[in-house]
Ligand binder design. Structure first.
Ligand code: ZN
Length: 320
């Protein structure tokens, strides 16, 4: 049994690549899909050496970071997001032998927005400063764009604040296009900062613990939330789980995914009492049964750890 794990790195293709795309559409498996250029390479078409990748017709190209993998390279994809190019390599990882040790270090991890992760040990992991600053900048650009759109609507003969009638086309100004390009670039930058921070976090977890319990978050459902920070954090949850699972597989560690229906926030980790409601705004609470005072996130993380501990021993509310 093996697992395929995609690995990503930013690559610097520069002018040579732009010319290549401008002049040729005959690349074997090249597909142009609107703003997303991508093509795939089989494992005999490219080679990786340290921070460089060899691509047919282009030669050696520099990467932002080393591709992290252990295993056999199956193939690769080169794709463009905004103005950045990415190399994604698919690697075959053999399943490690299952090792059951006594006294395994078990941790529960509660994912959030202000603290990216709260561990059952009480540690809170905050995202990098650059991430918060970039998010702030993104929010400003969205505001700028909506101001520019309002002005464009007025130019097109609409009242300020009036919704665009169905079928009406509002011509975009040069400045609107410019703002939109900056928004796309910033999204790519945010994704990059987040992926790097998540690599640090997931490496830390698999190095330190043997069993890591996380919640099976309903990412698709949560994406409906319109708050920007929340929406962007949610995109990180899927990436967090993907990284954690392949790194755990490489090191023979276990990831326990707890069902999203398990009430980790509402249950007292000291006595098991379940409160009927726990609104998101409540950050601390006292158990009415045993009077233990809880930090909301640490309590949830401890509950996840306890579920994992019982799942390692026997049955519990764990999803596949
Ligand atoms: Zn209690």
């Amino acid at each position: 049994m093996t697992k395929n794990a995609p690995q990503m790195a930013v690559i610097h293709l520069g002018q040579a690549f732009k010319n290549f795309f401008a002049g040729s559409a005959e690349y074997p498996t090249f597909k142009k899909k609107g703003r997303h250029d991508r093509f795939t390479l089989t494992n005999d078409q490219f080679a990786i050496k340290g921070r460089k990748v060899h691509i047919p017709k282009l030669g050696w190209v520099r990467m932002d970071e080393m591709v992290r993998f252990v295993g056999k390279v199956l193939g690769g994809t080169i794709s463009r997001i905004a103005d950045r190019w990415f190399l994604s390599v698919t690697v075959e990882i053999p399943d490690p032998p299952v090792v059951r040790r006594e006294n395994q270090a078990v941790v529960g991890v509660d994912l959030g927005v202000s603290a990216w992760a709260t561990l059952s040990t009480g540690e809170k992991i905050i995202g990098p400063k650059a991430y918060a600053a970039t998010l702030k900048k993104l929010r400003q650009l969205y505001k700028r764009f909506s101001r520019q759109m309002e002005a464009a609507k007025v130019r097109a003969g609409l009242e300020p604040g009036q919704p665009i009638p169905k079928g009406m086309h509002i011509p975009w100004s040069q400045n609107m296009r410019k703002t939109q390009r900056r928004i796309a670039r910033l999204h790519a930058r945010i994704a990059n900062i987040r992926a790097n921070a998540l690599h640090q976090l997931t490496t830390y977890l698999v190095n330190r613990f043997d069993v890591i319990a996380i919640e099976d978050l309903n990412v698709a459902g949560m994406l409906k939330n319109h708050k920007l920070a929340r929406a962007i954090a949610n995109r990180g949850f899927g990436e967090f789980r993907r990284q954690l699972e392949y790194k755990a597989a490489q090191r023979g560690k276990t990831v326990v995914v707890v069902s999203r229906w398990y009430p980790s926030s509402k249950t007292c980790s000291s006595c098991g009492y379940k409160v009927p409601k726990m609104p998101l705004a409540v950050r601390e609470w006292t158990c009415p049964e045993c009077h233990t005072h809880h930090d909301r996130d640490i309590n949830a993380a401890i509950n996840l750890r306890q579920v994992a501990e019982s799942s390692v021993r026997g049955s519990s509310p764990v999803s596949a």
